[in-house]
Design a binder for this molecule. Sequence first.
Ligand SMILES: Cc1cc2nc3c(=O)[nH]c(=O)nc-3n(C[C@H](O)[C@H](O)[C@H](O)COP(=O)(O)OP(=O)(O)OC[C@H]3O[C@@H](n4cnc5c(N)ncnc54)[C@H](O)[C@@H]3O)c2cc1C
Length: 454
Amino acid sequence: MSAPVKAGGGGVDFESELRQIGEELAASFPGASRQPLKALDARAMEMASSDRELRAALFRFVDVVPACRSLDDLARHLIGFLEEVPETPPPLSVAIKMSGTRAGRAALGAAAAGGVRHLAHRFIVGETPTAALGTLRKLWERGVASSVDLLGEATVTESEADRYAARCLEAIEQLSVATRDWPAREMLETDGIGPLPRANVCVKVTALTPLLRPDAPERGQRDAARRLRPLLRAAQSSGAHLHIDMESMDSREAVLDLVLDLLDEEEFRGGPSAGLVLQAYLRDSPQQARRVIAWARETPREPPLTVRLVKGAYWDHELVQARQHGWDVPVFEDKRDCDRNFEALTRELLAARPALRVAVASHNLRSVAHAIACNRASGGDDRDLELQVLRGLGDELQHALAVRGYRVRTYCPVGDLVAGMAYLVRRLLENTSNESFLSEQARGVPVEQLLAAP
Ligand SMILES: Cc1cc2nc3c(=O)[nH]c(=O)nc-3n(C[C@H](O)[C@H](O)[C@H](O)COP(=O)(O)OP(=O)(O)OC[C@H]3O[C@@H](n4cnc5c(N)ncnc54)[C@H](O)[C@@H]3O)c2cc1C
């Protein structure tokens, strides 16, 4: 087990600058409402946060969603998992009874789909990149850049991986063309290092291959690489940015090695603009950060690698998986350790510029204000730091950041509802955890407390 992370980097002046930034941002949240969680259905939120068994069933459900072929299939799996919850809340018991027949399952599937559609519209910008273009342009006009995430998680067949790769390719091409006539937005288009692409697409390596196994990663890496290269080529020729998301520990090493190896290939040394993700909830993330920074210094790229710093979306999964197998838990178990580590990594990454670009992705006002204050303290201009939020959860922070003249990018999922379900449930579970910043904010914790050092 690693030692708890120490706070640091601060000083009285630094903390008061940070507090001022945070308070100004909080004051710029739109309207009377300062509760991003209102975006989530209140009942679903309450149920998911109060019932541990229900949360566990939903987690298991998320794992099988990508394999569901239809709403009927989706409903059957959902009911199967909910039946395992010992005390089912009343609306769910009714649902379980309905699932006894094919007609019932179809009706339930349709009802579930209706509920999902309602939620989905807040989180997912469209079923296809073309359908999303109107929203993306409006964001841009309001001073917000975007990153398009084609929904699709762990792929089980080669043809699914091919389809996902084809969708990514199409998104890169369509966005590159469509964004050309967007109006100029100086803040979003250049930083101290150089120009920033308008078109920005995220991909998941586990959706690019069905063959990635933690115990024998090479085959999966080779298979993913043959689908990732054409995406890098397309991004390079159309001037788009390609970002590779990070998933659970099972694939972390394989993804990191794959991305660094590919970007080191002769044809990709001069581009495209590309990035990867560092997860601060992992105890070994400081070593990973040092590895990436050393790589960036030894492998100069034009434009440099972008590192998105996140806390990590698979906290419960990592904890449960490690405990089940009797492994050391790879994630911090005290939220404050994770937050302190996030701040330490923010400082390290910012200090590694211009070998890399830094994007800090968080809805936590303290984490965000800390990054802005660090950037300024290290002599950076506000446009030298990218701040990223998730569509639906970070809308109010996104607005405040844009209004106050910071460089903000919103991560916009695009895709169909079956694929969207896993994404939605994960966001729901993550943000209904008591320790989540958004829950604290929704519970009315005062801004001074929200901005206190972890
Ligand atoms: C634009 C964007 C892109 C993202 N891309 C990715 C990605 O590629 N891969 C990925 O994994 N995640 C990604 N995320 C999700 C991210 O990792 C976080 O899950 C999410 O942003 C919540 O963190 P926060 O700082 O906003 O909120 P906070 O409420 O401050 O932090 C919540 C996070 O703290 C951690 N945590 C919760 N409880 C504990 C505990 N007891 N001990 C230790 N740590 C705990 C978890 O990571 C949890 O998600 C992305 C987020 C954004 C905004």
